[in-house]
Design a binder for this molecule. Sequence first.
Ligand code: NAD
Length: 503
Amino acid sequence: MATTTAQTFKNFIGGEWVDAVSGETFESTSPATGETIGVFPRSGAEDVDRAVDVAKAAFADWRLVPAPKRGEILFALARLLEQEKPALTELMTHEMGKVKAEAGGDVQEAIDITYYMAGEGRRLFGHTTPSELRDKWNMSVRQPIGVVGAITPWNFPVAIPSWKLIPALVCGNTVVLKPATDTPALAERFVELLAEAGIPSGVVNIVHGGGGTVGERLVRHPDVRVITLTGSRETGVEVLKAAADTLTHVHLELGGKNAIIVLDDADLELAVDGILWSAFGTSGQRCTAASRVIVQKGAYAELQSRLVARVEKLRLGPGWEDDTDIGPVINRTALEKIHSYTEIGKDEGAKLLTGGEVAGDGELGKGFFYRPTVFADVDPQMRIAQEEIFGPTTALIPVGDLDEAIRVSNGIKYGLSSSIFTRDVNAAFRAMRDLEAGITYVNAGTIGAEVHLPFGGTKDTGNGHREAGQAALDVFTEWKSIYVDYSGRLQRAQIDTEEHPAP
Ligand code: NAD
């Protein structure tokens, strides 16, 4: 598609579709073919400032809209997302590159979180609790915080914006969204649907542009009270530092280096299914991707041969074709980074079993395709076993027993997802207790989160918060404790204590 025919998109600020003040633009292109998806405003600080101003003004009323009414708008959004699922899925295969089933899953995750959080409009439970004094009423309630700045990556272009915006909105906050520059059309479509569902002007705004300009201004803006970021560890550290001067709340969901453990007694065919899905789904570009497979020595040889046979059957192609197993990676920088890790793995002495090269033959040459790659005999300290590659590369690490497997699984800086394949219930429970990760799967791969459970990681994967489930409400609300004294006299807590009668 020629650039001149590409659709032009705008920022959404205060209920209006507007260009960047500078008039500058950038293009979103398909990683599968290079076709132009659209032209977007390359915004700057002045665009962010306008969006934050209107979001701040809109907060004054939105926080007072009864939460069940806010929920009703979100229920309407969920229904619109259901109607639009086929179109969003198709767009995602083009703009982000996911294969159809996974693109549909991304949209479904947004539908699920929207229904779940819309229902929160009739809950948002606080606590009532006894008082230590007579004739006194105690309770705690959740209160919205203000303007939320949401900064999102490209790998879940509809799901991740929804994980941030929907809980923020049901709690009564207003939002400025800065999506990734690789997937702006999908984020824009999501915001259009919010507007169509009836979200009032100024409550949701989108400002397109780069992390160093739009993102950084959002983080440093004194009227932004919460920053919720999903991205790399490096970006997380920068954002945390930039938010320090204004003491802005920061919620970080960062990288992973997730491992599947396969014990000798595992169902090996099931384990191979789990590894294929977790290592190569979304071309390995999931924060929960299994980039390490820790295998007990008795199963090691058999697992290797079964895995390689299955990997070599995977078909690369554009996500929109029905028989594609693996789509492209997001851009040239990613392709080059992934290949550089193949070179690093070889230099470190790991054994390349399959893959390890750019797939540039025929039509694939128009996009960014990388052959699914498996290394064997990987030492846990090698860089390919320590650093996030974010591509279709996995490392097989042999171990002697469960203790060693858990030590190796934990021996990284990240702590997002983990998994164990075993038929031994004692081993499974020890893994559930001892794996240092926010998520553990038993007899399933490292991916497959459901929206009503907390999602996030320990150690360098984040800063202690969680997305989704009830835990997300803690990011987007602050607790207020309320004491009502109806005794008609001044009662002093901790001082006016009652004498207890002797037993
Ligand atoms: P990234 O960190 O490069 O970018 C994420 C977002 O931050 C983008 O919108 C980017 O423009 C913005 N940004 C970059 N620098 C910024 C700055 N200085 N200030 C403010 N904003 C800035 O990440 P990516 O390449 O888009 O996504 C891949 C990363 O995201 C991987 O590390 C992956 O593990 C992680 N991820 C984590 C989760 C999770 O839930 N833990 C989920 C998906 C992806």
